[in-house]
Write a protein that binds this ligand. Structure first.
Ligand SMILES: C[S@@+](CC[C@H](N)C(=O)[O-])C[C@H]1O[C@@H](n2cnc3c(N)ncnc32)[C@H](O)[C@@H]1O
Length: 288
């Protein structure tokens, strides 16, 4: 259950979901046909101290690779096209600042709750990892006035930005999600781009709970019902909203990404395919 202004660390509430997806990336990274190589994911999982979490991630093998690659491509393409400012909203244990091949002059802002960023900083410092871009932490709640905190850290709204909101939207109340996109639009110079993932409004979330109960019951991933952390109140459709603001938007479902990256959804996910395909990956560009 969520409450106004609730907080968490990496092993509680919404914070734990960051650990779950890191565990999934750790598994993905070990596949011979890995779509992403996140050598830091395993370190986070180990540091969190649950040995079971290290061994298995039924979430990971089919699904997280697609998602990670989609967002990796967003950043790499933007950097190739000359964008030098990135904002990772709800960064969690996203290690892109450390693992992507960023160009000279790249500044990467990471926004998340203070204890999540603290855990991440500690683990990476202990591992002697160094970022491959200039990395700036912004410890703020995304239901609050996060643009002020971002600007305080040096964010420049006059140059194009690449934004990601990966695995975030269901954890925000409708009003905070709507404000998120309005603020992004306001802070985005022409040529900015953004990617996000969201469930269709008519998604049957009981299927997600059933997936967890059936497939993840005996694993650490079964410890909390993820859907109990979601807000399900009304909100605008981000793709529609951004289109109305003049952004060029496209959305794809996981099955299209699976085809694009030549990674078919496995048999385990098959009975839940409809639910998984109700997640839409949005990319949008603000015209120059
Ligand atoms: C499922 S994790 C995704 C993390 C990361 N984007 C990734 O894909 O690896 C959700 C993240 O959203 C963050 N989050 C959710 N609601 C937030 C809020 N109101 N303010 C700041 N961070 C938030 C959590 O702390 C957590 O790190």
């Amino acid at each position: 259950m969520r409450t106004e202004g609730d907080t968490w660390d990496i092993v509680s509430s919404v914070g734990m979901t960051a650990l779950f997806v890191a565990a999934a990336r750790a598994v993905e990274s070990k596949r011979p046909d890995a779509l992403v190589h996140d050598q830091f994911a395993e370190l986070f999982v180990a540091a969190a101290g649950d040995p079971e979490l290290r061994e298995q991630s039924p979430l990971g093998t089919e699904f997280m690779g697609l998602r990670s690659k989609f967002f990796d491509n967003l950043f790499l393409t933007a950097a190739e096209d000359g964008v030098r400012q990135a904002v990772i909203l709800a960064a969690g244990l996203d290690a892109r600042a450390y693992r992507l091949n960023w160009p000279q002059g790249m500044v990467v802002y990471e926004i998340d709750q203070p204890k999540v960023l603290e855990f991440k900083r500690q683990v990476l410092a202990d591992a002697g990892a160094t970022p491959r871009a200039e990395r700036r932490e912004v410890a703020v709640d995304l239901r609050e006035n996060w643009p002020a905190a971002l600007i305080e850290e040096g964010f420049d709204p006059t140059v194009p930005t690449v934004w990601s909101a990966e695995g975030l939207l269901p954890y925000l109340p409708g009003a905070a999600q709507d404000a998120l996109f309005a603020r992004i639009a306001q802070l985005s110079a022409p040529g900015s781009r953004l990617a996000s993932d969201a469930f269709d409004p008519d998604v049957d979330l009981t299927r997600l709970a059933e997936f967890q109960a059936e497939q993840l019951r005996d694993t650490p991933f079964g410890k909390i019902d993820i859907t109990s952390l979601f807000y399900t109140d009304d909100r605008s459709d981000p793709a529609e909203w951004l289109t109305n603001q003049g952004w060029a938007t496209t959305t794809v479902a996981p099955e299209e990404l699976a085809e694009r990256y030549d990674r078919p959804l496995s048999a385990v996910l098959e009975p839940f395919a409809e639910m998984f395909n109700s997640i839409k990956y949005l990319s949008a560009v603000k015209p120059s």
